[in-house]
Design a protein around this ligand. Structure first.
Ligand code: MN
Length: 278
C-alpha cells in the first residue's frame, strides 16, 4: 500500500459521493411506471426503402448485409417533454423518426443467440434520432467519428414505452412523422434490413446489453431539416404512441444567424437528405 493510502482514515470505510448523483433519465411506461435509461444505442442504414432511395441495391439475403452501423447517444439525451431547444453548433438540424427498442433484462455474458434476443425486449417506443447533419457530414468527409453530429444534448425525444406484452409483433408496426402537419417520413417495420433480434445479436458482439438500454433502430426515407418553431408529430402505428412537440428557438443572436442559414439551406436539404444514410 502506498504512503498516500496509509494516510486515509480507514481503507475499508465506505466512501461518500463527493458530488450529487446525476439524475437517471426515465421514460414513462404506458399502463404505469417508469423505465430508467442505461445506454442509447443507434443503428444506421437499416431501412430497405431508404437504401433503395439512395440508389443502393437492397441486400437480397442476410449474407449480403455486411455488418450494421452502430453509434451511441448519452442516456441524458432523452427528451420526454414537448419542447426541444434548437441545438448549438449547427445550422442543419435533421429529423429521423425511428422505432426504439427498450431492453428489460441483462444479456448473459457472451454473444446473444438470435433466437434468445426477443426475450430481452421490455417494450417499444417511437423516437427521433435528431442529427446535426452538417457536423455529421463534415465528420464523414474526414473519416472522423460522428459523436458531435449525433450524441448531443436533447437529441433523443421519445414517447411513452409500450410493454412488449401489449405490442404484438413489431414487424406489423409502422412509423410516421409529420412536420408542421405535412407528412415527411413513413416506414414499415417489416422493411428493416436488420431486424430487432439481429441487431441485439450484433450489438452483443460489441457491448454487454443491459437492463435499461434503448436501441434506435434506424430511419426510413424522407429525413430533412427542422427549424426553430417547427412542430413535430411522430407516431407508431397501430398503438398510437406519439412524440409531439416543437423546436424552440435557442438563445441569442447566434441562434438567429443559424436560423437564417438553415432557411437558406432548406432548398438544398432534399439533396442533403439524399446523401444521408442512417
Ligand atoms: Mn438514425
Amino acid at each position: 500500500m502506498s504512503d498516500a493510502r496509509s494516510h486515509e482514515a480507514s481503507p475499508t470505510a465506505p466512501r461518500a459521493d463527493v458530488i450529487p448523483v446525476p439524475a437517471v433519465p426515465r421514460v414513462d411506461v404506458r399502463g404505469g411506471g417508469r423505465f430508467p435509461v442505461h445506454r442509447i444505442y443507434c443503428v444506421g442504414r437499416n431501412f430497405a426503402d431508404h437504401a433503395r432511395e439512395m440508389g443502393a441495391v437492397a441486400p437480397a439475403s442476410k449474407a449480403e448485409r455486411g455488418t450494421p452501423v452502430f453509434f451511441m447517444k448519452p442516456a441524458d439525451a432523452i427528451v420526454t417533454g414537448e419542447v426541444v431547444a434548437y441545438p448549438p453548433g449547427t445550422a442543419d438540424l435533421h429529423h429521423e423518426v425511428e422505432l426504439v427498442v427498450a431492453i428489460g433484462h441483462d444479456a448473459a455474458p457472451g454473444v446473444l443467440p438470435v433466437e434468445q434476443a426477443q426475450a430481452l425486449v421490455f417494450g417499444y417506443t417511437v423516437g427521433l434520432d435528431l442529427t446535426r447533419r452538417d457536423l455529421q457530414a463534415a465528420a464523414k468527409a474526414k473519416g472522423l467519428p460522428w459523436d458531435t453530429g449525433k450524441g448531443f444534448d436533447h437529441s433523443a425525444p421519445v414517447s411513452a414505452l409500450l410493454p412488449a406484452a401489449d405490442a404484438g409483433d413489431y414487424a406489423a408496426m409502422a412509423l410516421d412523422l409529420d412536420i408542421n402537419g405535412v407528412r415527411r417520413q413513413h416506414g414499415e417495420l417489416r422493411d428493416l434490413v436488420w431486424d430487432v433480434a439481429d441487431i441485439l445479436h450484433e450489438l452483443s458482439k460489441l457491448y454487454a446489453l443491459r437492463t435499461g438500454d434503448l436501441v434506435f433502430m434506424g430511419t426510413p426515407a424522407g429525413v430533412g431539416p427542422l427549424l426553430p418553431g417547427d412542430h413535430f408529430h411522430a407516431r407508431l402505428h397501430p398503438h398510437g404512441l406519439v412524440v409531439d412537440g416543437v423546436i424552440a428557438p435557442a438563445r441569442g443572436a447566434a441562434m438567429l444567424a443559424a436560423t437564417a442559414s438553415a432557411r437558406q439551406q432548406t432548398s438544398l436539404s432534399k439533396g442533403a437528405a439524399d446523401g444521408h444514410d442512417e
